[in-house]
Design a protein around this ligand. Structure first.
Ligand code: DSN
Length: 428
């Protein structure tokens, strides 16, 4: 593939070669990233990129859709099987667009909505003032507790009582603990609010039953497909089995789900998007087939074991982990006690071959461009086949680099050791 590109465009071929080398020889610890299989990558680069297919299988605005219909039907059926869902829309180009389609389905501009504060682990589309969500709707943010780092469910209930939101958004991008969706449902019911879970980060472990399942409790669930699900970059919307339709549609129960799903479908396309990315939908189908194999359960178990191993080792080295550990695939570390900003930690770790991202921590006093923390995730290194022994080593590498922030030579030395380690665990 690269040779074909090189024959015509050596600049892009060089950039791809550089990225291939970077991914092969450094440690990818960004919690939202992963490495797709060769089959998923091949599907994402297939001829279906040529096809326009506005609409849904069997009901398109264009001719010639027989084969892309097969791909989309397979993606939808596999997604439903994976999550025990009644409905799946696999067209959203991203998690943000999945969330937008849900908001457009359930809200009017100006409505009051609750979401987790970005600096406490939420996502841009959960009401950040610089995002469409914060501009279109009146978002009220809930937080984690300062002492424990866990979601402050009493605060969520009190804010809901006070503000009577039309919708409560759960889910996070930097929250290391499992979420009590049942408790959120009870709070939402008190004020007659819709409840939506954005499971972009932990979707893989929810699919395999290792983390709480929001589908029985939420009116709809959104996710991305490229994080723990290890598929192509994209989004998806799900509705659980036997869900009461939250729109108050007067129809028999079976008919209500159909009507809600039709509204969501129409908000994804034409409400938010035009033509779906059929090559990406084909790749989603391949990824979901992989996720339905027994090996994927082992993979998701190992993601958690790896994160917990790294958490224990870093705590032993004196690091301040938000919530003192993790239930899932990520750790959020407050670096205030060692006197390094998230920005600086990200830079010096990258120089040593370790890729992480700077991240706000709850009650952060630094700006989002500097931050007091870093976020670390294990999905990508687990895909390479790394287990607890490697996590121990990686935690030691991180500690060595952060303990000597001025030592350039040490970083060069560690980068070489990391390249050697990475080459023992090649990416397919
Ligand atoms: N940018 C993603 C993350 O890193 O968590 C969320 O969309």
């Amino acid at each position: 593939m690269e040779d074909l590109i090189r024959q015509f465009d050596h600049e892009i071929a060089d950039a791809i070669a550089g990225e291939t080398e970077r991914e092969s020889s450094t440690l990818e610890l960004i919690a939202s990233e992963n490495f797709v299989s060769p089959a998923v990558r091949a599907a994402a680069g297939c001829v279906m990129t040529n096809k326009y297919a506005e609409g849904y299988p069997g009901n398109r605005y264009y001719g010639g859709c027989d084969f892309v219909d097969i791909a989309e039907n397979l993606a939808r059926e596999r997604a439903k099987k994976l999550f025990k869902a009644e409905y799946a829309n696999v067209q959203p180009h991203s998690g943000s667009q999945a969330n937008m389609a849900i908001y457009f389905t359930l809200l009017q501009p100006g409505d009051t909505v609750m979401g987790m504060d970005l600096s406490h682990g939420g996502h841009l589309t959960h009401g950040s003032p610089v995002n469409f969500s914060g501009k279109l709707y009146n978002f009220i943010s809930y937080e984690v507790k300062k002492e424990s780092g866990y979601i402050d469910y009493e605060q969520v209930a009190a804010l809901a009582e006070q503000h009577k939101p039309r919708l409560i958004m759960t889910g996070a991008s930097a929250y290391p603990r499992d979420i009590d969706f049942k408790k959120f449902r009870e709070i939402a019911d008190l004020v007659d609010a819709f409840l939506i879970a954005d499971i972009a980060h932990p979707a893989g472990m929810i699919a395999t039953g290792l983390l709480n399942d929001p589908l029985p409790y939420c009116d709809a669930v959104t996710t991305t497909t490229h994080k723990t699900l290890r598929g192509p970059r994209g989004g998806m919307i799900l509705i659980g089995q036997d869900k009461e339709n939250p729109l108050g549609i007067k129809a028999p129960k079976s008919g209500r789900l159909k009507m809600l799903s039709e509204i969501i479908d129409s908000q994804v396309m034409p409400g938010v998007q035009g033509g779906p990315l059929m090559h990406i939908i084909a790749a989603k189908a391949v990824a979901f087939k992989e996720d339905l194999q027994p090996a994927y359960l082992d993979y998701t178990r190992q993601i958690i074991k790896n994160a917990q191993t790294m958490a224990e080792k870093l705590i032993a080295h004196g690091y301040d982990l938000i919530s003192h550990g993790t239930d899932n695939h990520l750790l959020l570390i407050d670096l205030s006690n060692i006197g390094i900003s998230g920005k600086k930690a990200e830079r010096i770790l990258e120089a040593a071959g370790i890729t992480v991202n700077k991240n706000m921590v709850p009650f952060d006093t630094k700006s989002p461009f500097i931050t007091s923390g870093i976020r670390i995730g294990t999905p990508a290194v687990t895909t390479r086949g790394m287990t607890e022994a490697e996590m121990d080593k990686i935690a030691d590498f991180i500690h060595q680099v952060l303990s000597e922030p001025k030592n350039d030579e040490l970083r060069v030395e560690i980068k070489q050791q990391i390249a050697t380690l990475c080459h023992q665990f090649p990416i397919l």
